[in-house]
Design a protein around this ligand. Structure first.
Ligand SMILES: Nc1nc2c(ncn2[C@@H]2O[C@H](COP(=O)(O)OP(=O)(O)OP(=O)(O)O)[C@@H](O)[C@H]2O)c(=O)[nH]1
Ligand SMILES: [Mg+2]
Length: 194
């Protein structure tokens, strides 16, 4: 399974170049990529970047595909699925839990649904920590063409399978942590394992 890392955002809340911001000398996106690579179910990591970010991210040495749509995460998922089925994460998720990713991919493979998405008890979805089939791409295309850019709505209108977060080990929830502001950086060191 491809591991797709969305990197087309502008980091407005962070104040620019969020994904290349270095923490202990390493860019934020590399923390995310290295955790994703640790998942046994992931064969190859691909970075889905905006045209603007692509040149800056290529030196990291991972395959980069360009998202020409730039309509938000839905366009990133759409672009990722041109390569086949994919587990999609945001580039700003440095605390990904590899065994949780393997768990979702396993469910995805047995469920044979267009997508497998973690869901909280209140119905909130985690679409940027989810597995998608390449067949889901056409469905996303219809949504995008109709100017409907909310990926959560697209998922809800599909026959997706859901993974109930509250039934899983509590420590896996750290996997959803994402860096949006500079203040969030303080949480990384605190949560990083040995
Ligand atoms: N490929 C692609 N990725 C996107 C797009 N919009 C956001 N992303 C990525 O999706 C992830 C989650 O987005 P946010 O947390 O909102 O990050 P952001 O857009 O950089 O930050 P803000 O500007 O503060 O909202 C980040 O990894 C972004 O790089 C897009 O249009 N295309
Ligand atoms: Mg974020």
């Amino acid at each position: 399974m491809i591991g797709a890392v969305l990197a087309g955002g502008r980091g407005k809340r962070f104040g620019g170049d969020k994904l290349l911001f270095e923490i202990s000398g390493k860019p934020l996106i590399l923390y995310t990529i290295e955790r994703l690579e640790k998942a046994d179910s992931i064969d190859e990591v691909v970075v889905v970047a905006s045209p603007e970010n692509a040149d800056k991210l290529k030196p990291l040495g991972y395959r980069v595909v360009v998202d020409e749509l730039l309509v938000g995460p839905i366009g990133g998922v759409y672009t990722a699925l041109s390569l086949g089925d994919a587990f999609v994460v945001a580039g700003d998720m440095p605390l990904l839990v590899p065994e949780f990713i393997d768990f979702i991919v396993e469910r995805f493979k047995t469920a044979k649904k267009p997508a497998c998405v973690p869901r909280w008890g209140n119905g909130y979805l985690e679409p940027l920590h989810a597995a998608y089939s390449s067949e889901f791409r056409e469905f996303l295309e219809e949504n995008i063409k109709a100017g409907q850019y909310a990926i959560n709505q697209a998922i809800r209108e599909s026959d997706a399978c859901y993974i109930e977060i509250e039934s899983l080990p509590e420590k896996w929830r750290e996997s959803f942590f994402n860096v949006n502001t500079r203040k969030d950086l303080g949480r990384i060191g605190k949560y990083r394992g040995p």
